[in-house]
Design a protein around this ligand. Structure first.
Ligand code: HAM
Length: 411
């Protein structure tokens, strides 16, 4: 026998029995985001590598370690690790800055990151997300967070923690970085290898380190007081306070997490994550924030923007499927051509229906019907010659004979 080729590590087949919940994830997104004025955008799955290097940031793990990059015709291409950079590219390329602000877009689709697979972390995964362009006011931040919460609620997910933080603007952040570096300098040699690189290249990302010995250093009183001190400038602080009061108005519960810095470089001011207690270590279902410089950095007009993305596999694992999967009707007949015609008639009239292609024995067909359908529609020789059908309710076992023309109203 030939070797079996297996699915790649960190990737998964999504099977028919899982689709009901995937449809729910997608349908609710379409409904809730379009109600709020967001139009769907579908961008290509691969882009120029440079887009992510410049967009996501070349000091991030995503760009440094996790991209699926390949060459074709001497171009370096990358499977998208996330979709904000791609949507910004499309925003610029399609001249969307000329549309009246805000421009609101949503998307869903596969993303690719070469990460160590574990529960809740895959190499090919799906995100659903939104991006809003053109509003600097904190009402936009509040709307986007509210939209994330509404979408999660629509899925029945209420028990989630919303964490927010403000990273300030490039100006106040520079000052914070300098203070953080100064207070950590005596501990430099004790930091993990990654943190030593972050110390040089992107000190803010130090706060996100999960290594115990680094976390201990960050909890030392003098370091903690820098981390927890209010480093952001007057304007950024006002923006953050406004956001908090809008969230209070909307009755959205949140907590401020000063260690929340996010793993992508494009953010400024508001960042947020939504976490579940039922997901183990990969507990973030949603991550997002404001990125007011990205459009300009990728060659567009200066445009404020904010958005989020959610991991659909993580959402999927929090849902349970309570819908009934049974067919409306299973046509039971030893006359295959009559059965074929009746199944087509039922389907044409919006009833889900199927039959036995092999013309198995009557009892076998009835057994199958009771497993997969709500009604058995029986077409024996008598029924065929009298233009009738027998309908058996497979839950109650009640059986009736009706003229074929009355079939639809009985099932
Ligand atoms: P992110 O935090 O990298 O942000 O990803 C968002 C969400 O995608 C995560 O919270 C998680 O649920 C899911 N996710 C990420 N990586 C994986 C993985 N390897 N396996 C399964 N799920 C995963 C972004 O991607 C930003 N583009 C979000 C954003 C949009 N910011 C502004 N606009």
């Amino acid at each position: 026998m030939a070797n079996i080729i297996k699915v790649q590590k960190g990737t998964k087949d999504i099977l028919p029995q899982e689709m009901n919940l995937w449809y729910k994830l997608e349908d609710n997104a379409r409904k809730i985001f379009s109600n709020a004025g967001y139009g769907e955008i579908r961008t290509p799955i691969f882009e120029a590598t440079e887009l992510f290097a410049r967009g996501v940031g070349d000091t991030t793990d995503i760009v440094n370690k996790e991209m699926y990059t390949f060459e074709k015709s001497e171009r370096s291409l990358t499977l998208r690790p996330e979709n904000t950079a791609g949507v910004v590219r499309a925003f610029i390329e399609n001249g969307m800055h000329r549309l009246s602000a805000p421009v609101k877009l949503w998307y869903k689709g596969p993303m690719f990151r070469y990460e160590r697979p574990q529960a809740g972390r895959q190499r090919q995964f799906h995100q659903v997300g939104v991006e809003m362009f053109g509003v600097q006011d904190a009402t936009a931040d509040a709307e986007v967070i509210e939209l994330a919460v509404s979408y999660l609620k629509s899925l029945g997910l209420n028990d989630l923690d919303v964490e927010i933080n403000s990273l300030g603007c490039p100006k106040c952040r520079e000052e914070f970085k300098a203070r953080l570096k100064a207070v950590l300098k005596p501990y430099y040699n004790d930091l993990c290898e990654d943190c030593q690189t972050r110390y040089e290249k992107n000190p803010l990302r130090l706060l996100d380190c999960k290594v115990e010995s680094c976390k201990e250093i960050f909890s030392k009183p003098e370091v903690k007081s820098v981390i927890e001190g209010d480093f952001i400038c007057e304007e950024c602080s006002q923006h953050f306070n406004e956001l908090k009061s809008y969230l209070d108005d909307l009755k959205i519960k949140y907590s401020v997490n000063k260690l929340l810095v996010r793993g992508l470089d494009y953010y400024n001011r508001t960042v947020f994550e939504i976490k579940s207690n039922n997901l183990g270590s990969q507990n973030a279902v949603c991550g997002g924030g404001r990125y007011d410089s990205l459009v300009e950095n990728l060659g567009g007009q200066p445009t404020s923007a904010i958005g989020f993305a959610m991991g659909m596999e993580r959402l999927y694992s929090l849902l349970s499927d309570t819908t009934e999967h049974k067919l409306d009707a299973y046509v039971v007949s030893t006359n295959k051509s009559e059965a074929l015609k009746l199944v087509k008639y039922l389907r044409d009239n919006n009833k889900s229906a199927d039959f036995d292609f092999n013309g198995k024995k009557f009892t076998k067909q009835m057994e199958k019907a009771s497993k997969i359908a709500k009604y058995a529609v029986i077409l024996g020789d008598d029924e065929i010659s009298n233009n009738q059908v027998s309908i058996k309710n497979l839950e109650t076992s009640e059986q009736i004979i009706v003229p074929q023309k009355d079939l639809l109203e009985k099932i």
